[in-house]
Ligand binder design. Structure first.
Ligand SMILES: [Zn+2]
Ligand SMILES: [Zn+2]
Length: 400
């Protein structure tokens, strides 16, 4: 996505003086959080830092939402709707290899997805908006959520009432995005990120001597038949115009070359963008598993765990976001990327209220940018200014 290399080396970024003023602080906060990363539902220090800052700005602050989540409410000078701005705070179980002066001081834990930047940028936006609350007709809810990385912190925030009291009318969030060059912003109308489903399948046969397979039931061969047939679901059962991917990322069975094992373990994921395709493919996967194992005389255990729902950007909100992003990076640098098959728990908020999730290009245009979740991941910190500016503009636009 994005054209990455060969792009604008000095991107044309327009930041307002009030955003420029908080930028050094935003970068300092990001580096502070980067050096002290915390895993999902353990974001105790990050949450305390966010809460302390919000309190100092005069916001009313709620802590301990979904364990470590923090919510700050800024009431504007005049009455009006409520717009929510969201950041995620969690890090990943990765040993950092960047060698940066502010690299992780916690062994085996790293901000390799950029959530440190999201938290810092949202605090910067809060600072700018709090200092100019007389411009706002309505309220801004600043949401710092735990556990985006696969543990659905957003769902718990919703369950614990983050969209109520006061009721949220629209929600915006962004991801700093190394697949896109600094100075670009990506906004996709409609489904933008995939619904995720996870599987754990155990195929059971009957172990025996590899030289006497007729006395055994071979779960390895059954697993192989299932793997190949399951890919046929994607090409034969699915509407070719509806994106879907099924990947098995783990296959485990047996120890020795001369032994047929008792069982084979498979773990995988399905990614889809349409609910009806998701339902159909979930049904087909189990049917194919049943058929292929039965044909080999094997049996199976099938565990399915639903992940995040599909993330859908509201068309009106996406257009509004596009206009505000264009004011920061220029109209030609606001891209409309194809959806990605990655999942994102921002989807839980956008299921309930209209809103938009943006990708803010954060790849340094002068060097090779490492991808998210890589031990050498880092962002071009100039993207933080773009993120703050867009968040501020979105709130003001919605509350004008
Ligand atoms: Zn991530
Ligand atoms: Zn992320």
């Amino acid at each position: 996505m994005g054209d990455g290399k060969g792009a604008i080396v000095e991107p044309d970024i327009t930041l307002s003086p009030e955003v420029q003023e908080v930028l050094a602080d935003v970068i300092a906060i990001r580096r502070e959080i980067h050096a002290h990363p915390e895993l999902g539902y353990q974001e105790v220090h990050t949450a305390a830092l966010a809460a302390e800052r919000l309190q100092a700005m005069g916001l009313s602050v709620q802590t301990g939402v979904a364990e470590t989540g923090v919510v700050g409410l800024l009431e504007g000078a005049r009455p009006g709707p409520v717009v929510m701005l969201r950041a995620d705070m969690d890090a990943l179980p990765i040993q950092e290899l960047t060698g940066l002066p502010y690299a992780s001081q916690v062994p085996g834990v790293m901000h390799a997805c950029g959530h440190d930047g999201h938290t810092a940028a949202l605090l910067g936006a809060a600072q700018v908006l709090a200092a100019s609350r007389d411009q706002l007709a309505g309220s801004v809810k600043f949401v710092f959520q735990p556990a985006e990385e696969s543990r659905a912190g957003a769902k718990r925030m919703v369950d614990e009432g983050v969209l109520k009291a006061p009721r949220v009318d629209a929600a915006f969030g962004l991801h700093l995005w190394n697949s896109m060059s600094l100075g670009t912003v990506g906004i996709t109308n409609g489904p933008a990120m995939a619904a995720t489903d996870y599987f754990e399948i155990t195929i059971r046969g009957k172990g025996g001597h590899a030289g006497s397979p007729h006395q055994a039931v071979d779960p390895v061969l059954a697993a192989a038949h299932f793997l190949v047939a399951a890919q046929g679901i994607i090409s034969r059962s699915r509407d070719p115009l509806a994106p879907a991917v099924f990947s098995i990322g783990c296959i485990r069975g047996g120890d020795a070359g001369n032994v047929i094992p008792d069982e084979v373990l498979l773990r995988g994921t399905l990614r889809t963008l349409k609910p009806e395709i998701r339902t159909l493919l979930l049904k087909r996967i189990e049917e194919v598993l049943h058929g292929t194992t039965q044909a080999q005389g094997a049996t199976y255990d099938y565990h399915h765990r639903p992940g995040y729902p599909v993330l859908v950007n509201d068309a009106v909100m996406a257009d509004l976001a596009r206009e505000e992003a264009a004011a920061v990076v220029g109209k030609e640098s606001v891209l409309s990327p194809e959806p990605t098959m990655g999942g994102e728990d921002m989807a839980y908020y956008l299921q309930e209220v209209p809103g938009c999730y943006l990708w803010v290009g954060s790849a340094d245009p002068t060097e090779e940018a490492y991808p998210h979740h890589n031990a050498r991941f880092n962002m071009d910190e100039r993207a933080l200014g773009i993120a703050v500016e867009i968040l501020v503009r979105l709130a003001r636009r919605y509350l004008s």
